[in-house]
Design a protein. Structure first.
Length: 160
């Protein structure tokens, strides 16, 4: 079942890139307080994700925060080492925080997993963006294709 507007964000264990390697974290702690934008994508270092989706949120981070967003998180079904390297390559700095969902625990709990085994990618995340207020989903936009129409930073800004 896919998460819906009005649902609480699931509290599961994930990893975040830390200065000394991966750090364990609970999504309830990361996503449960204040106004949070969470966007998910199929994979770090993949074309649309690296060329448009993540960079759009990096560029528009100040605009999002100006509309009351406290934190911006990007989640992908990749390990924390890959997410750290991807963040560095995209110069996310303190604009976007990265969540490594290497075993797709969060992605499956959200019901936003997609099987891309046929393309050699295994189980991945659908492309989406959501707005979460104090742990409750207030906006959810899931791409019907692997394109970038409803889950971009500009689309989230319009929804705020």
């Amino acid at each position: 079942m896919t998460i819906e507007v009005g649902d609480q964000i699931p509290d599961v264990k994930v990893q975040v890139p830390g200065p000394n390697g991966p750090d364990a974290a609970q999504t309830g702690d990361l996503l449960g307080k204040g106004t949070v934008v969470l966007f998910g994508l199929p994979g770090a270092f993949t074309p649309t994700c690296s060329d448009y989706h993540l960079p759009g949120f990096v560029v528009r981070a100040e605009d999002l925060k100006g509309k009351g967003v406290d934190k911006i998180y990007c989640v992908s079904v990749n390990d924390a080492f890959v997410m750290a390297a991807w963040g560095k390559a995209n110069e996310v700095e303190d604009k976007v925080d990265l969540i490594a969902d290497g075993s797709a625990v969060l992605t499956k709990a959200l019901g936003l997993d997609v099987d891309l085994t046929g393309g050699g990618l295994g189980v991945r995340s659908k492309r989406y963006a959501m707005i979460i207020k104090d742990g409750t989903v207030t906006h959810l936009a899931v791409e019907e294709t692997l394109g970038l129409d409803v889950s971009s930073a500009d689309a989230v800004l319009a929804a705020l």
